[in-house]
Structures are given as structure tokens and as C-alpha cells.
Design a protein around this ligand. Structure first.
Ligand SMILES: Nc1ncnc2c1ncn2[C@@H]1O[C@H](COP(=O)(O)OP(=O)(O)OP(=O)(O)O)[C@@H](O)[C@H]1O
Length: 516
């Protein structure tokens, strides 16, 4: 059954076993998935990419991810590589995938022909010939069957044990992905309900962010222009994508234009396109972003940077969805939704006549203010820090899984002027430097700021690494002071964040003579 070519590689002349192909694939596929999860905010798009990556990496011809809909006792295809049917539905127990969904056991068939569990109707409906099949369950943390990953027709051979092990590893990645989204809750809800992703990829459940999610949900249902404000790195771009992917335009393009990165003339070109011969060197007609986004959403990032001359043209697009290409006479009309973001105070710019008042009012039909990281509370900070830690540890292949208490305290004490982007970069730097399973203070590439850790500033001089010169008691005192400060002096909250009881914290406060 197994062709000779699929035998394990022989030992090399040096007596070492050369690395097996699947081992290499396995790591690279896992890393690729980690990357995707970090980038994508739309669960459907993400799952489609994941299935594509997995199917190709495993040399299969087709791949499908089924979810189990408990309320109905059915499986339905959620994402597929080269799908022939928009959706496949099976009863739990029906066909190989249905069987896996019922038993939770993987099935690897070199020939589906003649297997009584095989359900031929789908092949007949799609005019496809399934030969080999590998099907593994996707289990959640509690060990419940969430779905099934299925690969068909391995190129040139049958699936082997290594393939099965890899697919199982991938299944647990997919499970984590689904579990981190609201889709999971809906799947588990007894009534089923519409399965729609909401805020996948946006981390943080604190009160400030809940208000943002609420606004995003309301904005997504409309075609209204939204102005997203907030300091740099607060997630304005991410939220713009969340609005688009939750809106009826989700299946159409999302086109982002960074107005700060281009000079005025080029932004105009970028947005509206140009006719052939519009200027020297314009030897081809080019289509602008507004045209490219027809039916979808245009996201104007850093809109505060757009010069006044261009602002009047944007106003026209906002009012009438009309414009001309650079060097063109023909008026074009597009159907786009417009989202804009800025870290400038536009009201102030209006007062100083740097920004058109009429454009400002058109833009802020709905406005959404992203909170700075330092105002999002300690839980959000930790959630984000751990989110980035997990992603970067996987990307850089590091065994690091946690922060030392002192490192966590240092994160809490920092004021994060660059917000989430600064945190993301900081954690990546720390992961790269880390040596064991924990990020230490010395790994954190944060500037020493005497105001942030007053005692450390005085005692340890400059740099996190110098903290190593402190005694254990001094270190513990610094840590407790920082966590208390991050919780505005709330002892119960601080104790919870430190993972100790309130009574223990009170005892330490007394023993270490902490002013609290
Ligand atoms: N809530 C969040 N959860 C996870 N990642 C986040 C979150 N918010 C922001 N990020 C990440 O932080 C980085 C900065 O986010 P983004 O680019 O959306 O910020 P921005 O406010 O648009 O920044 P700028 O104003 O500088 O363009 C991105 O890598 C983004 O993925």
C-alpha cells in the first residue's frame, strides 16, 4: 500500500538521520499560521487562508474545515481549499467527517472506495473522485469536539503517520483560533444562532474597549462615515478593519491609504488614479484606490495630514461619491464606504484653518475614540502582553511562556506613549533576548524612567538590567509599589494581579514599609 519512496530516509554517511521533511513543514506551517493569526482580523478570511496553507503544505488536493453545530446535530463546512460547494452539511455520524465528529477519533484511509462509512454523494454532486482521505478532530480545551479537519487525495501517495501527527497539531492551532473568538460561544450556545465573527484579533476586554466594540457593532451595520481618533499605535487601523469585516461590505475590498506617507500630489494620484499622459511619465492609465474599492470600504489613515487643496476633492467624494482621475475629464461615481483615522486634533486644526470645517463635519458622522493603552487598565495590558508573548515566542521559536513578576511590574509601570505598537515591539525585543521560560526585567527594552519606578531610579541608576543589583526585599517592594500604582492603590485588584491573597499583600505592605 505504501510506495517504497515514502519510506523514512536512510541514515546518512555520518550516521545522523537527516531531518524529515514533515518536521520542517510542521514548524514552518505552524509559524505561518501564527503569522496569519496575528495579521488577520476577519475569521472567515483567516480560516480560508489557514486551510489553504495546510492543504498546500501537506500536498493534498482539497482541504476542508468543518464546524460542529450542536444545536442541529450537524457539521457544516466553514472553510475550504478549492471548494466546489458553497457549504457542505452532514449529519453527525454521516460520512467520514461525520464519523470523526461523533467518535473524536482520527481516520486515515488510503482508499475510500469500499469503506462503508464513506459518503459518496458529495463526490457525485461535485464530480470529484476522492481516493485517499485524512480526517482529524478539532478539540477545544475541554476536549469537546469543535470541528473536523479533512484533507483529500494526497498527491502521489497516501497520508502517513507523520501527516496525521502534523494535522493533529494544526487542528489544535485551529481550535485555539476558534476558541479565541465569539464564534466559539455561539457554537456552544444551545440555540445555535447566526455564526458571525466579531472581534477576532482585537485583544482586550476592559470597560473602555467594550465601549469601542459596542460602537463598532453599531457602526458596522450602517454605511455611515466613521472618524476614528486616538494616539498613535492605539489600534485605529485594526478597528477600521473590524468595522469593514463586520459590515455588509465584508466580501468586497478593504483599501487602506496612508495619507501621511505620501506627498500631496502622490496622494491625489493614489486616491483618484490618473489618465494616460496626465503628467510626464504617466504612460499608462492608473486606477485609484476609490475605484479599486468599489463596493467596499476605503480607509483614509492619518487624514489630518492631507493638504487643504486635496481636502475639497475629498469633500466631494464624501458628499456625492464623485471624482475625476488626475488629468481626466470624465466624472466617475463609486459606491464606497469611507472610514478615516487621525491622531491629530482636527477640531484644533479647524480652528487654525488647517482643516476644512465642512469636511470635518462630514467625516465625524460617527466618531470613535480609541483609548490610550495607559487608560485601558491592568487587565487589558496583561492580556495584550501575553497575546504578543505567545505570538512572538512561536515566531522566534523560543520556549518563553511567561513574564517574571518584576518584568510584569515594569510593564505596568511604563506609560506607553507609543501604545500597543510600542508594547508589541517591546515584547518582540524581549522575546528575542529571553533565555529561559520567563521574560525578565533585563530583557525588556524599555528606557529607564525615574518617574516610573521611583525607587529603582534612585537606587539602581539607569537601565532595567541594573535592577539585578537590588536585594530581594527591595525588588519585591518595587514590584508591589508598581502594581499598586497600576491599580490606583486598589489592594484587592493589585493582589489579584500578583496572584496572591489580599491578606498576604497587606502583610507584605506592612513588612516592607510600603506607603500605600
Ligand atoms: N486591541 C488590540 N489587540 C491586538 N493587537 C492590537 C490591538 N490594537 C492594536 N494592535 C496592534 O498594534 C499595532 C498598532 O495598531 P494600528 O496600526 O491599528 O494602530 P494605529 O492607531 O492605526 O496606529 P497609527 O496611528 O500609528 O497608524 C498593530 O500591529 C495592531 O495589530
Amino acid at each position: 500500500m505504501e510506495p517504497a519512496a515514502r519510506k523514512r530516509p536512510a541514515k546518512s554517511a555520518l550516521g545522523e538521520t537527516p531531518p524529515r521533511r514533515t518536521r520542517v513543514d510542521r514548524d514552518s506551517v505552524l509559524v505561518a499560521l501564527g503569522e496569519l493569526v496575528r495579521r488577520e482580523v476577519d475569521l472567515d478570511a483567516l480560516l480560508a487562508q489557514v486551510i489553504d496553507t495546510v492543504t498546500r503544505a501537506m500536498d493534498a488536493d482539497r482541504g476542508t474545515f468543518y464546524l460542529v453545530d450542536r444545536a442541529r446535530g450537524e457539521l457544516f463546512s466553514k472553510a475550504a481549499h478549492l471548494p466546489e460547494l458553497r457549504e457542505i452539511r452532514l449529519r453527525v455520524g454521516q460520512g467520514i467527517a461525520g464519523h470523526v465528529a461523533r467518535t473524536g477519533e482520527a481516520i486515515n484511509l488510503s482508499h475510500t472506495e469500499g469503506d462503508p462509512r464513506f459518503y459518496g454523494a458529495i463526490d457525485r454532486a461535485t464530480n470529484y473522485a476522492t481516493r485517499s482521505m485524512l480526517c482529524v478532530p478539532v478539540l477545544d480545551r475541554a476536549g469537546e469536539i469543535l470541528g473536523v479537519l479533512q484533507l483529500l487525495n494526497k498527491k502521489g501517495a497516501a497520508f502517513d503517520d507523520d501527516d496525521e501527527a502534523l494535522l493533529r497539531a494544526l487542528a489544535s492551532q485551529v481550535a485555539m483560533l476558534v476558541e479565541s473568538t465569539s464564534l466559539y460561544g455561539q457554537l456552544r450556545a444551545p440555540t445555535g444562532g447566526p455564526l458571525r465573527y466579531r472581534f477576532n484579533g482585537v485583544v482586550g476586554g476592559g470597560a473602555r474597549m467594550r465601549r469601542v466594540y459596542d460602537l463598532v457593532t453599531r457602526a458596522a451595520g450602517t454605511d455611515a462615515t466613521v472618524l476614528i481618533t486616538g494616539e498613535t499605535g492605539t489600534g485605529k487601523g485594526l478597528i477600521a478593519r473590524a468595522i469593514h469585516y463586520n459590515s455588509p461590505r465584508a466580501g468586497r475590498p478593504f483599501v487602506a491609504v496612508d495619507c501621511a506617507s505620501l506627498p500631496a500630489t502622490l496622494i491625489e494620484n493614489e486616491l483618484f488614479g490618473h489618465e494616460r499622459g496626465a503628467y510626464t511619465g504617466a504612460d499608462q492609465r492608473s486606477v485609484g484606490k476609490f475605484e479599486a474599492a468599489d463596493g467596499g470600504t476605503v480607509f483614509l489613515d492619518e487624514l489630518g495630514e492631507v493638504p487643504l487643496t486635496l481636502q475639497s476633492k475629498l469633500l466631494r467624494v464624501l458628499q456625492d461619491r464623485e471624482f475625476e482621475r488626475v488629468g481626466g475629464r470624465k466624472t466617475l461615481k463609486v459606491d464606497v464606504r469611507i472610514l478615516a483615522a487621525t491622531n491629530r486634533n482636527l477640531e484644533d486644526m479647524v480652528a487654525r484653518q488647517r482643516f476644512r470645517e465642512d469636511l470635518y463635519y462630514r467625516l465625524r458622522v460617527l466618531s470613535l475614540a480609541m483609548p490610550p493603552l495607559r487608560e485601558r487598565g491592568p487587565e487589558d495590558l496583561e492580556q495584550l502582553a501575553y497575546h504578543f508573548l505567545a505570538g512572538f515566542a512561536q515566531r522566534h521559536n523560543k520556549p518563553v511562556v511567561r513574564f517574571s513578576p518584576a518584568a510584569l511590574a515594569r510593564l505596568h509601570a511604563h506609560s506607553w506613549p507609543g501604545n500597543i505598537r510600542e508594547l508589541e515591539n517591546c515584547i518582540e525585543g524581549a522575546v528575542v533576548l529571553s533565555a529561559g521560560d520567563a521574560i525578565e526585567v533585563a530583557d525588556l527594552p524599555l528606557p529607564a524612567d525615574p518617574r516610573e519606578l521611583p525607587a529603582a531610579g534612585r537606587k539602581a541608576g539607569r537601565g532595567g538590567a541594573d535592577l539585578a543589583r537590588l536585594s530581594w526585599n527591595e525588588m519585591e517592594k518595587l514590584y508591589i509599589e508598581a502594581v499598586l500604582a497600576a491599580h490606583d492603590g486598589n489592594r484587592s485588584g493589585a493582589a489579584r494581579a500578583m496572584g496572591i491573597g489580599r491578606a498576604t499583600l497587606l502583610r507584605k505592605i506592612k513588612a516592607l514599609k510600603i506607603r500605600a
